[in-house]
Design a protein around this ligand. Structure first.
Ligand code: HEM
Length: 544
């Protein structure tokens, strides 16, 4: 009987039938998504195919290929005249209300209870499903820990990073001084080095080099990124169903990392307890300067007993890995492609600077020395501008139940997602001279000149303005790390990390020039990096 029923069903399932079903499914899903979305003020303009539910259906597919162009059009037509516009949603990704630069300080001045970064991240990153437990992104205590501790502990972190990165670069690039070695830049170089360096700061050695721990950590970050695409393809109304299944992979990979991280965290908690109790055996014990210690010390000082649970600390390591690894790897990838495909004098200029400073600092990387790497600083910042990897940054969600009214007089309802345009600002000829050109030393020329001036000459220069062109100094024209009080707290770490990594590479290796920069592709609001290779050979002049 069951077999007969199955055969009847099979006879009625035709290709045409499946297509009709799919169209009906997407139309219904778009309609439901449309009904659930916050209502927008009537006066606000939309880019793409406009507003209304028929337009929403077209936008949700066209957005995958056209979002970059739509954002640029909206920027020219509205943002540059101080007006807000809406970048339409794509299937699972919500619409973004794009705020012009002229209103950015108003937006950043709003308290978190009115415009929230963490609530925006929770929605965008699918915090309900992707980070093991919803509480992790709902109450992002790990972010608070990083804000409070990372920058002030950089002096202690730098020698550890120096060791990890120089060792890592040498392992990957080898010691052959005759033949060039070809390495896949993203998978074989960045994604091998960055996780180790990041985890040296998070959990210290030797765990930062434990391959099983790193593999599962990377698998977790890939789960979250895969989630972006899965959720983007699935209508919002189905997210609870899909999320329950998609959330199993990050849970599994967390469980695999915790096998390694949990014993370390438990031991650290014990050690700190004994040290604080004044046990004589701990007189000489110095607590390691890493994220695990910072989490414990911060939670103890703030009376957050929930954050002293070893399992909770083990989960908190995951989103920090997520926030660090891909952003840094994508940035480093873009920098190397940019500097290797521009005039060869750029690599030479960067190498000279790195060699000089490394020697001046006695053959090691120091905070003071890294702060003087103006050319490298500029080359990285210029790459973030020229080869941006996201259309918008500085996302905020309206949390005030009554909504909020902008200086333009537009009222945004609870739940509206606000953001700031990045790629159009980065490529704006009114802000940057020759915006299409990768000019590695765009921000360092004035600084280097300033350093050669005598005191009287220096007095005539607006030094503060010049220093604002540094990699870590965010502004409404340098949004790669966000801006305002929620700007990336990892950027100081990243600046040191990338400078050390590239410095060591250029001092010790010849890296072949690229005739052409491999082209990136945009899918929706994100850049997909090209597959690219570098060719390296140990330099005969041994400086290291
Ligand atoms: C090149 C690498 C990186 C880039 C481009 C980057 C970019 C960003 C951006 C755009 C934001 C949002 C800021 C805003 O909404 O205004 C952010 C937030 C954040 N980043 Fe990074 N990031 C990088 C590396 C790191 C690293 C290495 C860490 C940790 C060690 C980190 C930790 C965080 C945290 C905790 C936040 C949330 C801050 C908050 O909401 O208060 N990031 N990052």
């Amino acid at each position: 009987m069951a077999r007969e029923e199955a055969s009847i069903v099979a006879q009625h399932v035709t290709f045409g039938g499946i297509i009709v079903l799919l169209i009906a499914y997407f139309a219904l899903a778009v309609l439901l998504g449309f009904l659930r979305a916050p209502r927008y003020p009537a006066a606000i303009p939309w880019v793409g195919h406009g507003k209304g539910w028929a337009a929403a259906l077209r936008n949700c597919f066209a957005g995958f290929t056209s979002s970059k162009r739509w954002l640029q059009e909206g920027y020219e037509k509205y943002s540059k005249h101080g007006k807000t516009f809406v970048l339409p949603s794509m299937l699972g990704a919500p619409a973004e209300t794009v705020i012009p630069r002229s209103q950015m300080s108003w937006m950043l001045d709003q308290p978190d209870a009115v415009l929230s970064t963490s609530a925006a991240h929770y929605d965008i990153l699918h915090g309900e499903y992707s980070f093991v437990k919803p509480i992790i992104l709902k109450d992002p205590y790990h972010e608070h820990v990083v804000h409070k501790n990372l920058a002030r502990n950089l002096n202690a972190v730098i020698p550890e990073l120096d060791d990890e990165l120089c060792r890592g670069v040498d392992e990957l690039c080898g010691s052959d001084a005759r033949a060039f070695k070809k390495i896949n830049l993203l998978e074989g170089f960045m994604m091998r080095l960055i996780p180790k360096a990041t985890n040296r700061m998070l959990v210290g050695e030797p765990l930062c080099r434990n391959q099983d721990f790193l593999d599962n950590m990377l698998a977790f970050t890939m789960d979250v990124i895969r989630g972006f695409f899965i959720f983007a393809l699935v209508p919002r109304v189905l997210h609870p169903v899909v999320g329950t299944v998609a959330g199993l992979a990050p849970k599994y990979h967390y469980w695999r990392t915790r096998k390694w991280s949990l014993p370390l965290i438990k031991e650290r908690l014990e050690d700190i307890k004994k040290k604080d109790a004044g046990e004589p055996a701990y007189n000489e014990w110095k607590e390691p300067n890493d994220f695990v210690t910072w989490s414990i010390r911060t939670a103890m000082a703030e009376g957050r007993r929930d954050e002293l649970d070893p399992g909770r600390i083990a989960i908190r390591i995951m989103p920090i890995n997520f926030a660090s690894i891909h952003t840094t790897a994508m940035t480093g990838h873009a920098v190397l492609l940019d500097i290797l495909s521009t005039d060869p004098s750029v690599v030479e200029g960067l190498r000279q600077e790195a060699e000089r400073i490394w020697k001046e600092e006695g053959g090691k990387w120091t905070k003071q020395g890294l702060a003087r790497m103006y050319r490298m600083d500029s080359a990285i910042r210029e790459s973030q501008r020229h080869s941006a990897f996201a259309l918008t940054f500085v996302q905020r969600k309206v949390m005030a139940k009554e909504g909020i009214t902008s200086p333009e007089g537009l009222h945004f309802e609870y739940g509206t997602l606000l953001s700031c345009p990045w790629t159009p600002v980065a490529g704006d000829g009114d802000i940057h001279d020759r915006p299409d050109e990768y000019d590695a030393f765009r921000y360092s020329r004035a600084r280097e000149e300033y350093e050669t001036m005598n005191p009287e000459e220096k007095e005539k220069v607006d030094a503060l303005k010049m220093k604002q062109n540094g990699l870590v100094t965010t502004s409404d024209r340098h949004l790669a790390f966000g801006h305002g009080r929620h700007a990336c707290p990892g950027r100081f770490f990243v600046a040191h990390e990338l400078k050390m990594m590239f410095g060591h590479l250029l001092i010790n290796y010849d890296v072949k020039h690229l005739a052409e920069r491999p082209r990136s592709m945009w899918v929706g609001r994100n850049m997909v990096p090209p597959t690219a290779y570098i060719e390296v050979r140990r330099r005969r002049i041994q400086n290291a």
